[in-house]
Design a binder for this molecule. Structure first.
Ligand SMILES: [Zn+2]
Length: 310
């Protein structure tokens, strides 16, 4: 039997796919000609750019990923989708001549990040290992999606060091707030972190934060801050510095504080959704669409804690 958290995770995955489907329906041409034009611009459907020594960001629409040219070959994170992966291949080849793919790494099992490895393997070799958390393996095996090949090497909560003379990459598990399968990448030489979905660049959380333990989310963000990095790249949004994570922590703390106050004042969820305003975040991504939903999620989270007497 699946526990509640896993069920929530699966449900969340289905939500994500619906949302992504809606986004893919936007009338954007994906011809390689358009890619070539937009390759260095930030407005086209895809682009890639260098973010640190031997380290590159690839974007496809609203999703970002990372690839690193280590001494032993390129390590390519989340291929995003089959369509994205076709352009990802071109970006990797353009950035790293004579490329050999050392490994593909899934940050977590959500298929809007993990799909596309088939395309990378078709281009770079069917034996390229796929690395993911053991819970990514378990969930993807249950999902049984032909477009998302299973990890060939699994990682426990202890993480994994991809050893390399000049570009070592540490895969770390920092907590369960966004599935129980999330790995972040820490590049100690580049002082860079790649973190997906549980922390974003000046953006609201996704909708009403379904299944998210918000206390754990803040703890995960604080665990990122404990790492010795100067640059962070995301699954959504442009790269930034440490201050971006500080701002995310402050946002979720403010959100929870307001929700806690509303619960202790015995406001209903609707009353809380109407009365809570955090003006400081009005310019953040998705504020108009998702702020009220974030409040509702935070209210339910605090209400459940209060009902349990925590
Ligand atoms: Zn996700």
């Amino acid at each position: 039997m699946k526990n509640r958290k896993q069920k929530n995770g699966l449900l969340y995955g289905k939500y994500i796919r619906l949302v992504m489907l809606a986004i893919f329906l936007l009338p954007v041409s994906l011809s390689s000609g358009l890619y070539a034009k937009s390759e260095k611009g930030s407005n086209g459907p895809s682009e890639w750019f260098k973010v640190a020594k031997n380290t590159y960001v690839f974007r496809y629409k609203f999703h970002f990923t990372l690839f690193v040219a280590t001494d032993k070959g390129v390590v390519a994170f989340d291929p995003l989708s089959n369509e994205a992966a076709e352009l990802y291949v071109k970006a990797i080849r353009a950035a790293v001549p004579d490329v050999k793919l050392r490994a593909i790494v899934y940050t977590h099992w959500h298929t809007d990040h993990s799909t596309g490895a088939k395309v990378l393997r078709r281009e770079f070799g069917n034996n390229v290992p796929i690395i993911g958390h053991e819970n990514t393996y378990k969930t993807l095996k249950e999902e049984d999606n032909a477009d998302v090949p299973l990890p060939t090497k699994t990682v426990t909560n202890s993480g994994l060091m991809l050893k390399d003379t000049n570009n070592p990459i540490e895969l770390k598990y920092l907590g369960y707030a966004h599935t129980n399968s999330m790995l972040i990448a820490f590049l100690p030489k580049q002082k860079l972190v790649f973190a997906v979905d549980f922390v974003n660049h000046d953006s609201m959380g996704w909708r009403d934060l379904p299944g998210v333990d918000i206390d754990e989310l803040i703890l995960m963000q604080k665990r990122v801050m404990a790492l010795d990095f100067n640059t962070i790249t995301f699954g959504h949004g442009r790269p930034g510095g440490r201050e971006v994570v500080v701002r995310q922590i402050a946002y979720y703390q403010a959100l929870l504080n307001e929700a806690k106050k509303a619960v202790s004042k015995k406001l209903s969820e609707d009353q809380a959704a109407k009365s809570i305003v955090l003006n400081k975040y009005k310019n953040w991504e998705n504020y108009d669409n998702w702020f009220t939903l974030n409040v509702r999620g935070a209210y339910r989270f605090e209400k459940e804690k209060s009902d349990k007497g925590k």
